[in-house]
Write a protein that binds this ligand. Structure first.
Ligand code: GLR
Ligand code: MG
Length: 433
């Protein structure tokens, strides 16, 4: 009889072009890192996934990979226990945190066990789907929707990277500069024309808050009736957050991480009636409990299976959100199609999905899956119904993106360090305003 036990885990770090996008922590570097996971069975089946590619994550994955040896692809609970046993003692001792301190939100270096568990879980579920001839969404309990809505994720940006001049062969991205209302409206129009998104998120916390509020109002005027969000990544004081939310009265569908910490968010919630969303202060179950204990100042949890512990962990979160009458949607970081497809299966499976999800996908121009870039229809993605994730690795693309990784020299995301190249006096200390 063919044995489907796991025999090998391969982790390939990759790098792909990323535009100079501004945020509260600084600015994106010319290359974004990810890691592609392949889990192979003795029978030769390969399950795939995409996760963080920072060196600390690669070290954690290397440490945890032996946990999978001889395991059935169905043994997710065993995998979780084994990963925790191998990774947690070192994670607690900060072995995997490295010397790099990133202010970049959403990377959550402290969540090593959850991140590694998620990285393996998705690849194992891809294997399960191949064995059962079923899509991951069915393994998660079946589809609550056949398509998943995403939003237009706008960023302030420079036209070019400081360290990737056109003479270097690094192509100039087609989006141009975005620092003014007119430029942001052009960016939004272009993204909506190309993808059909029905809601808009502005990544804020980069320019003066009153300017950013003016820009959001310009977007409201240019796209009447389109739900809008603003996310300064906790770069505003409570006072600033309250002043700006007044200016945006009647415009926001939710207010994402205006002020630092759950206490800061609670102070904003107490003095305003716009629902608060987060991917910064409710990022695991312990923080969920703290939010509940405080009477739920955060009303919408923006999950991310990459650091919440996986697809099934996010389903558990979804149940909790229903119990506490909270909304649920998804956060993203720079990513390619495997992450997007995993997110799509997950979001199709959860009955509760109260807002269109974030995605950085329009900012990337490369792919690592066969068939190239995924196509959005009216701002939504259809759930792939092939076995497992329903996508396969393009091995030539994988090799090319791995070569990028080897030559780019970046080993950990560093938005702060990159911004210092533009402005040596930039400290990244938050809240800045
Ligand atoms: O919603 C968020 O906080 C994010 O998407 C975090 C990301 O790190 C974003 O700020 C970025 O890519 O610059
Ligand atoms: Mg956010």
């Amino acid at each position: 009889m063919t044995s489907h036990v796991i025999r090998q885990v391969r982790v390939t770090p990759i790098a792909f072009r990323d535009p100079p996008l501004l945020n509260a922590a600084g600015i994106h570097e010319p290359w974004a890192l990810r890691a592609i996971i392949e889990i192979e069975t003795a029978s030769g089946l390969v399950g795939i996934n995409e996760t963080y590619g920072d060196l600390s994550m690669l070290q954690a994955l290397a440490k945890a990979s032996p946990a999978l040896n001889g395991l059935s692809p169905w043994a997710l609970s065993d995998m979780e226990a084994r990963v925790a046993a191998l990774v947690r003692p070192a994670a607690a001792a900060s072995e995997f945190l490295g010397t790099h301190v990133s202010l970049a939100p959403g990377t959550h270096v402290s969540k090593t066990v959850a991140k590694v568990t998620s990285a393996f879980e998705v690849a194992m579920m891809d294997l399960q789907g191949q064995l059962a001839n079923a899509p991951v969404v069915d393994l998660l309990g079946g589809a609550s929707r056949d398509r998943v809505p995403f939003s237009a994720y706008l960023f302030y940006k420079y036209a070019t990277h400081i360290d990737a001049p056109s003479s270097s062969g690094y192509p100039v991205d087609p989006w141009g500069e975005a620092l003014t209302s007119a430029q942001l409206v052009t960016q939004a129009q272009r993204m909506i024309d190309a993808y059909g998104f029905k809601s808009i998120k502005l990544k804020a916390g980069a320019l003066a808050p009153d300017d950013e509020a003016e820009h959001l109002l310009a977007l409201a005027k240019a796209f009447p009736g389109t739900p809008l969000r603003i996310d300064p990544n906790a770069n505003w004081s409570v006072e600033t957050s309250l002043r700006i939310v007044e200016k945006l009265r009647g415009v926001l569908e939710y207010y994402e991480d205006p002020a630092p910490g759950l206490e800061g968010m609670a102070a904003v919630a107490n003095a305003s009636d716009v629902p608060l969303a987060t991917n910064m202060v409710v990022t695991d179950f312990a923080e969920f409990r703290r939010n509940a204990d405080m009477g739920c100042p955060v009303k919408i949890v923006l999950s991310d299976h990459h650091y919440w512990g996986g697809l099934r962990a996010t389903q558990r979160l979804s149940t909790l959100c229903s119990t506490f009458d909270l909304g649920l949607s998804m956060h993203s970081n720079s990513h390619l199609g495997i992450s997007l497809v995993a997110m799509t299966h997950l979001c199709a499976s959860v009955p509760l999905l109260t807002y269109a999800c974030d995605t950085h996908y329009p900012w990337q121009d490369d792919e690592v899956i066969e068939g190239g870039r995924l196509a959005f229809d009216e701002g939504s993605l259809r759930v792939p119904m092939g076995p497992g994730l329903g996508v396969t690795l393009d091995r030539e693309a994988l090799a090319r993106l791995h070569d990028n990784y080897l030559s780019c020299g970046i080993r950990a995301r560093d938005d702060l360090g990159q911004m210092k190249k533009y402005d040596p006096s930039f400290t990244g200390v938050q809240p800045r305003y």
